[in-house]
Design a protein around this ligand. Structure first.
Ligand SMILES: [Zn+2]
Length: 414
């Protein structure tokens, strides 16, 4: 199995070099947009990298001073973005032609050379060199663990410019011996996770993370943003952005903590899969704010990133009716749910509505993956004590753990 890590490294870039990098980024984004526009020109959207290469490579080389590998990287970016638009259309969702605005640039081994103290980067006018700005402590940093480790190989990087900082996100990988396949057959269970406004996340084990802290910050932020917005000046605009950055940093710390705890929850319960609902239309479904949507996406990304080394898969499942369906008997009705309370009109099963939804998300993953041989696929949804199988049957654990504090327990009828 391959273990992949991305290590963010700040770069010390002088102003001349910064100007060169900015020009290179501009041309890179222009190239990605150019290829995208071309992909959208015909009757069908072109998503084949080969076709897009044949159609646009010469033009982009003529019109930019980009290194050939930057041209290819821009084309890949465009092809992937077009592909995901087509994917959404297939699912009946709306999506428009992508355009590239966030300042970034993709590097590989032909366009970047990673030295011990500095990196050499190709630009539209030769190469520049930039020193790494590393943390003072030399051990226990991601830099020491991955980037400077002999066990890891550097595969490439993405350069980002934001808030006046040049950051290089360096991709590293190593091969690890896999013992996860054994574990996976022994403990093939899935952790279902429901995301929401009152509880930011709730797991099928019953553990939940409230949205209080997040709500507090979001309200503060929106209040301050509102104050600035009334001014309507450029100064106000810049202040909104400054407030945004500060709040974003705080949100991210909270979301990192929650994601760590979610991953720990999956590991403690020996789950091989964490299932979330599909996040695409979560605002329309749950009435969540833009801030919540942002938080859900970050949380999902963090969990996905942190589980990779444990061989735990992170998946999204179709969210339809997960909040209206009874996780006990399968009866689906909008009146089963009343705010935070779930009570099945058919079998009388009662529990917290978000907890019921988390179980349904886990079950949906199971059912989706049980058509077929089932070899290696999870066989149960992990609850706070015991496991729920795809038919809704409940299996008690051999040793009867009592429900832990801070969790929603199964109701006695099970
Ligand atoms: Zn029921």
């Amino acid at each position: 199995m391959e273990k992949r890590r991305t290590v963010p490294v700040k770069l010390d870039v002088d102003s001349d070099d910064a100007a060169l990098l900015e020009n290179t980024i501009d041309e890179f984004l222009w190239a990605a947009d150019y290829v995208t526009r071309h992909a959208f020109e015909g009757e069908y959207v072109t998503t084949s990298k080969t076709t897009l290469h044949d159609d646009t490579y010469g033009d982009v080389r003529d019109k930019t001073a980009l290194h050939s590998n930057h041209v290819q990287a821009a084309r890949n970016k465009a092809a992937e973005a077009c592909k995901s638009v087509v994917e959404k259309w297939k699912q009946g969702k709306r999506a428009s032609m992508p355009n590239f605005t966030s300042p970034h640039l993709v590097y590989d081994h032909r366009t970047a050379t990673f030295h011990d103290d500095y990196v050499s980067l190709a630009t539209v006018d030769g190469r520049i060199e930039a020193d790494y700005v590393l943390p003072d402590e030399k051990r226990d940093t991601p830099h020491a663990e991955y980037f400077f480790s002999d066990e890891y190989e550097t595969t490439g990087a993405e350069l980002h410019y934001s808030n006046g900082n040049w950051m290089l996100h360096i991709h590293c990988k190593t091969d690890v011996e896999s013992n996860t396949s054994e574990q996976a057959t022994e403990n093939r269970t899935v952790l279902g996770v429901d995301l929401g406004v009152n509880n930011l996340a709730i797991a099928s084990t019953g553990t939940f993370w409230t949205g209080d802290e997040f709500d507090h910050w979001r309200r503060e932020y929106e209040k301050r943003r509102g104050d600035f917005q009334e001014c309507g000046t450029r100064w106000a605009h810049e202040n909104i952005q400054a407030v945004g950055r500060k709040e974003e940093g705080r949100f991210k710390i909270t979301l990192h903590r929650i994601s760590n705890e979610l991953v720990a929850e999956a590991r403690e319960n020996e789950c091989s899969v964490i299932a979330f609902e599909d996040l695409t239309d979560i605002r329309e479904r749950t009435g969540a704010s833009w801030g919540h949507k942002w938080a859900f996406n970050r949380l999902y990304e963090y969990v996905e990133y942190k589980t990779a080394e444990y061989g735990i898969d992170v998946e999204q499942v179709d969210p339809e009716n997960t909040s209206r369906r009874c996780s006990h008997c399968g009866f689906t009705h909008p009146d089963n749910r009343d705010g935070e309370a779930f009570e099945c009109l058919k079998c009388g099963y009662e529990n917290h509505a978000d907890y019921n939804a988390a179980k349904n998300i886990g079950l949906r993953y199971l059912r989706r993956n049980q058509t077929g041989s089932g070899g290696g696929a999870p066989v149960g949804v992990r609850l706070n004590s015991g496991t729920l199988n795809a038919n809704g049957g409940f299996e008690s654990p051999a040793d009867d753990e009592s429900a832990r504090a801070g969790v929603h327990a199964e109701s006695p009828r099970l």
